[in-house]
Design a protein around this ligand. Structure first.
Ligand code: VJV
Ligand code: CA
Ligand code: ZN
Length: 399
């Protein structure tokens, strides 16, 4: 006991159950839960565990998941295994629930139910600590699975922990703002709250078609997509989508983000904010198409932290594990107000994952700009027109 009041400013809580790391989607699947091991090791090596409250949350229960998901879908999810999935009974459901298919985005793997319960439990627990005012920033890097629908898996996501956490926040908050900086459109969260004005969803993402005319996943999220068009529907105008082209750079992204997010915060006046920090918007990501550096990604966290409202930070995509770890470690430091030195601590257990020239040569902040050489096709004129349309879309929520 320091004989003092609780420290002023932000208090940060970190919600993480290490058992989530041990799950495998399959050998060459891009989603790698061990990126969370790397993230945690980096956070520990910089000593950030002493600057926040650490929690090891229990897995979510079936009843907790059923607040959003259909019980029929959940009982399938709970019982399906790589061994029993060939049975006729399961085969009849597998495609309709979003599993299998030619892309195999959502494979059935050992411990699947345990995996979804763990990351969802952590998001619920993080939301809970905001509700109890135990912290004003709560972090769960294992969550952020924004594509899952109430009765279907989609795009590496089986249970939508974000929807569950927002529903929990809504028990004591009139308005929740959801912001999504994953390179993919946050379609599952948008859809779940499309008919309410108590959640505003804002997603920044790549939107467009490749040279074979295939849409970038999931293919939704045009600027014209603003929720239901029926004026009697309360959700009308409470969705904002910011479609971005390949190769966007730091300056452009930070300008877009502060201009639009700042305006949404002022007009909507949320009581709490959920920020999905998908790290696949970084340069050099295996699936992403943007050219962001770690500090530009972290700028979004800094900017939203500045609103000084209860903030839930969650992970999401991110397919170059060493850069996911760097980014989420940096963003943890942003939350606690720490500055980290660029040279990685030498006692880092997985140091070799960050060694070598093309891995960023043992530093926390390598230059990721153009690591995969996505040509920047975002023109000034196009970006200005997106901001103009976004502001126009915001007129629907003027009081
Ligand atoms: O693009 C798709 C779906 C198809 C891909 C192509 N096939 C032939 C048809 C279906 C349309 N899926 C995306 C899903 C991205 C999910 C992103 C999740 C998040 O970051 O937003 C949140 C966590 C996609 N892109 C790349 C892949 N799937 C992909 C899946 C694989 C794979 C390689 C790439 C699945 C298994 C294996 N390799 C072994
Ligand atoms: Ca997004
Ligand atoms: Zn993504």
């Amino acid at each position: 006991d320091y004989g003092m009041e609780k420290p002023q400013g932000s208090s940060v809580s970190f919600h993480y159950n290490p058992n989530v790391e041990y799950h495998h989607f399959g050998s060459s699947h891009p989603m790698k839960p061990w990126r969370l091991t790397l993230t945690k090791q980096l956070i520990l090596a910089y000593g950030l565990e002493y600057t926040m409250e650490l929690h090891e949350p229990r897995p979510a229960t079936l009843d907790e998941l059923a607040i959003f998901h259909d019980r029929e879908y959940l009982s399938f999810l709970k019982n399906i295994t790589p061994q029993n999935m060939e049975s006729a009974d399961n085969q009849a459901h597998i495609l309709s629930f979003g599993f299998g298919g030619e892309s195999n985005d959502c494979p059935v793997f050992d411990g699947l139910w345990n995996y979804v319960s763990l990351y969802s439990g952590a998001s619920l627990h993080a939301a809970d600590s905001l509700l109890n005012a135990q912290s004003n920033i709560a972090i769960n890097w294992s969550g952020g699975l924004h594509h899952a629908k109430k009765n279907a898996a989609s795009g590496f996501c089986y249970v939508n922990d974000i929807v569950l956490a927002i529903q929990h926040l809504l028990t004591q908050n009139q308005r929740v703002l959801y912001i999504d900086i994953d390179v993919h459109h946050g379609d599952g969260v948008e859809q779940a709250f499309e008919s309410t004005d108590r959640v505003f969803t804002l997603s920044y993402h790549k939107f467009g078609f490749d040279k074979y005319n295939n849409p970038f996943f999931p293919g939704t999220g045009a600027i014209t997509e603003m929720g239901p068009s029926d004026p009697a529907n309360r959700g009308k105008g409470h969705t904002l989508n910011i479609p971005i082209e390949d190769g966007i750079d730091d300056e452009q992204y930070m300008w877009l983000f502060r201009t639009i997010t700042g305006a949404v915060n002022e007009k909507y006046r949320p009581n709490a904010i959920v920020l999905q920090c998908g790290a696949d918007s970084l340069g050099g990501d295996r699936l992403g198409k943007f050219n962001l550096n770690i500090k530009a990604h972290g700028y979004c966290v800094e900017f939203v932290k500045g609103f000084d409202k209860p903030l839930l930070l969650i992970g999401g995509g991110g397919y170059t594990p060493r850069n996911v770890a760097r980014t989420w470690c940096h963003e943890t430091a942003v939350c606690v107000g720490a500055t980290l030195h660029n040279n990685l601590p030498t006692h880092l257990p997985y140091l070799q994952a960050f060694q070598g020239e093309e891995n960023g040569g043992g530093v926390l902040y390598p230059d990721l700009h153009n690591t995969k050489r996505h040509e920047n096709v975002n023109s000034v004129a196009k970006l200005n027109s997106i901001v103009r349309s976004a502001f126009e879309n915001l007129r629907y929520i003027e009081g």
